[in-house]
Design a protein around this ligand. Structure first.
Ligand code: ZN
Length: 342
């Protein structure tokens, strides 16, 4: 098969399309013919390599996969060759206490397709059969691939961790970004008042179309002041954070009493100051979050089925254009998901 193989860490030029052996489905596994694989920031991290967190090389990245079942391993039932599927991106042991409880994202051997094992930037990918979900017929392969990881991340943050409720208010940072655009839609679906920031008018417009009640251009306005004005000094019940650094510090100032800040990332910096007096005196919470469980993924697929959420796709490209796609993502030139069609 053809695959985008990463033999060494480095710039976008290290991504090469190569001929490699087809994967074989072992017991409990399935091989999926990839129709679409969407890129995430994770793909950039895997390409660059993280200090102290070595990735196995050579590797094939790509966590967001949809396609058709190509082959089934021993002991897999309920599926047929040719079935259209989307693939849950998280992989766990399936045997430990947390996996048994349905908290597979907290398994000590938890990994992500395209990070800890070969992913979907290839014509074929081998995945655990428990990760297969029937692709909702109303979604194209590109839509289905674009929705997996970012919706799962946003859903677990808002529902599993922050427990956002109807009638509450939420500040979503970067409502025009991959995970931010999902958070806006989920928060609206949950019945919250949605305030979002973005750095351009086109992204603010997108956030409005996805359901944001109030939008703030963070390049032109102080988002803390605007949030205080919109909420009549009360602050918001939940902040959806994935930026880090100084944005994290200022986000804490937007929180109401008993407010929850939930974070899944720190693209601008991993260090932040916390005013502990405010935190304890106002009974506020800071919550960390990564990915989500397969049970939550199942809930999301049901909501995709009924047309509650939509994907935002910037472009669909062949494997050969992968390096340019990485450059565009790093330069923040994309508006929605970049999807590879092998
Ligand atoms: Zn486990």
């Amino acid at each position: 098969m053809r695959a985008i193989l990463l033999r060494e860490h480095g710039g976008p030029e290290v991504l090469k399309v190569e001929e490699v052996p087809d994967p074989q489905a072992g017991p409990g596994q399935a091989v999926v013919r990839v129709r679409a694989c969407a890129l995430n920031h994770l793909d950039i991290w895997v390409r660059k390599g993280l200090p102290g967190a070595p990735f196995h090389l050579p590797t094939i990245s790509g966590a967001d996969i949809s396609g058709d079942i190509h082959a089934l391993g021993e002991g897999v039932s309920g599926w047929h060759v040719g079935d259209p599927v989307m693939v849950a991106p998280g992989v766990s042991c399936g045997a430990c206490a947390r996996c048994q409880e349905g908290l597979d994202h907290l398994c000590s051997s938890y990994g992500i397709l395209g990070e800890t094992q070969n992913g979907g930037l290839a014509e074929l990918v081998c995945v655990p059969a428990v990760n297969l979900f029937a692709k909702p017929a109303r979604l194209s392969y590109a839509d289905a691939a674009s929705m997996s990881l970012s919706f799962l991340t946003a859903w677990h943050m808002l529902v599993g961790r922050a427990q956002l409720k109807r009638g509450e208010s939420v500040l979503v940072h970067a409502g025009g970004s991959g995970v931010g655009s999902c958070a806006v839609q989920i928060a609206k679906y949950l019945g919250a008042q949605v305030i979002t920031t973005a750095g351009s008018e086109s992204k603010l417009q997108l956030a409005k179309e996805l359901g944001a009640d109030e939008t703030i251009n963070y390049r032109e306005e102080d988002f803390v002041k605007r949030v205080k004005a919109i909420t009549e000094k009360r602050g918001v019940d939940v902040v959806f954070e994935h930026v880090g650094g100084e944005v994290f510090e200022r986000s804490l100032r937007c929180l109401a009493w008993a407010g929850r800040l939930v974070t899944c990332g720190a693209t601008t910096g991993i260090d932040a100051k916390v005013n502990l007096r405010h935190l304890f005196f106002k009974s506020q919470s800071i919550l960390g979050s990564t990915m989500g469980s397969r049970r939550e993924f199942q809930q999301l697929v049901s909501l995709f089925e009924t047309g509650h959420f939509r994907s935002v796709i910037d472009r669909i490209i062949p494997m050969e254009e992968i390096a340019d796609a990485h450059r565009a993502i790093e330069a923040r030139e994309v508006f929605g998901k970049v999807v590879i069609s092998p």
